[in-house]
Design a protein around this ligand. Structure first.
Ligand SMILES: NC(=O)c1ccc[n+]([C@@H]2O[C@H](COP(=O)([O-])OP(=O)(O)OC[C@H]3O[C@@H](n4cnc5c(N)ncnc54)[C@H](O)[C@@H]3O)[C@@H](O)[C@H]2O)c1
Length: 316
């Protein structure tokens, strides 16, 4: 059986492909266009981790291209699609909303349609805590009322989920939305707060903090996210569902900074900036459903995960 991993050269994708190799028998096709949202050399280095793996092949192309996808699905007969490819990141989505709409909405529709035409057994979609939006009650419960996404990014993820549920209802495509919460770990995207703070602290430069540092984020280690995704490949009864993959222990940004300071053995110089409208004040996953349906349990405490990340950043 062959699994398509879109965005497999990205941060989460590179960890997930490793886990697929270690924990399943599947062949893996990575479809990634190495876009320049951040330095593509990082993505090339990620993909290079698999260049000698006989079970992994790399297709460097754009999933927005329906002809390409049609040919690829016909040739590879994918049993599963894990759709991680996207324009990620909240602030940039205010600058270039059309890029997000194109990749995250239109691109997802292309893949959904190819998947139903080629009878893919399961389609797992990387959604986000941003779909909960302003007005949602914390902790975020999958089937409670959602708020309005605070960013174009969140709106594109919510729209893509809705398309998936429509394909599930119309064609019986076994689509599941996995809502990732603030994923972190080695090879983290360089524009995310933990990466920026760590670089600045290690370099002895001031770090930018938006707001007063009271913002809370439910940081979830990438290995826990991958465990949830791997469980979703086989768990029964999850088609048509949204499922949180989070940690349920939100951390204030000021605490995150002290954890990095402790791991780096250096003090931070904090430069305060006004809060940004697109930042949610809090993310926090309710895990009742993921525990019940996936047997999911986050294992990596934030102290340990930040220590590991800072060690990686020192040499990376
Ligand atoms: N990292 C997080 O904290 C987080 C949180 C919630 C949700 N997510 C979601 O998880 C997924 C993976 O995120 P990540 O942090 O690994 O991001 P990433 O940017 O490192 O990985 C995404 C990959 O998708 C590729 N890609 C984008 N558009 C493409 C296209 N049209 N065709 C082919 N490839 C394309 C990119 O080149 C990149 O390698 C994304 O869908 C993201 O929205 C991430």
């Amino acid at each position: 059986m062959t699994v398509l991993v879109t965005g497999g050269a990205g941060f989460v994708g590179s960890h997930l492909v490793r886990r697929l190799l270690d924990q399943t028998e599947h062949a893996v096709v990575i479809l990634d266009n190495f876009n320049d949202y951040y330095d593509p050399r990082m993505k090339r280095a990620n993909a290079a981790l698999f260049e000698h793996e006989p079970r992994v092949s790399l297709v460097e192309d754009n999933f927005r291209d329906a002809h390409l996808c049609e040919a690829l699905f016909a040739r590879c007969r994918f049993s599963h699609v894990i759709h991680l490819g996207a324009y990620p990141g909240v602030p940039y989505s205010l600058k270039e909303p059309q890029l997000y709409i194109d990749a995250n909405i239109s691109g997802t529709a292309v893949l959904l349609d190819a998947a139903r035409r080629h009878e893919v057994e399961r389609f797992l979609f990387a959604s986000s805590s941003t779909v909960y939006g302003r007005g949602a009650q914390s902790p975020f419960v999958e089937d409670a009322a959602l708020g309005i996404p605070a960013s174009p990014y969140g709106a594109t993820k919510r729209t893509a989920e809705l398309l998936g549920f429509t394909w599930n209802q119309l064609y019986g495509l076994a689509f599941t939305s996995l809502r990732f919460f603030n994923v972190y770990g080695p090879r983290l995207r360089p524009e995310l707060a933990l990466a920026v703070f760590t670089r600045k602290i290690l370099a002895g430069e001031p770090l930018p903090l938006y707001g007063d540092g009271s913002v809370l984020r439910d940081f979830t280690h990438v290995s826990d996210i991958c465990s949830g995704v791997i469980a979703a490949l086989t768990a029964p009864g999850i088609a048509g569902q949204s499922i949180n993959l989070g940690h349920n222990e939100p951390v204030q940004m000021l605490r995150l900074i002290s954890l990095i300071e402790a791991a780096a053995g250096k003090k931070a110089l904090v430069e305060f900036h006004p809060p940004r409208a697109e930042d949610m004040p809090l993310t926090c996953a309710d895990l009742t459903k993921s525990r019940r349906l996936l047997g999911y349990e986050p294992r990596v405490p934030i102290e340990e995960g930040v220590r590991e990340y800072v060690e990686w950043a020192k040499v990376g």
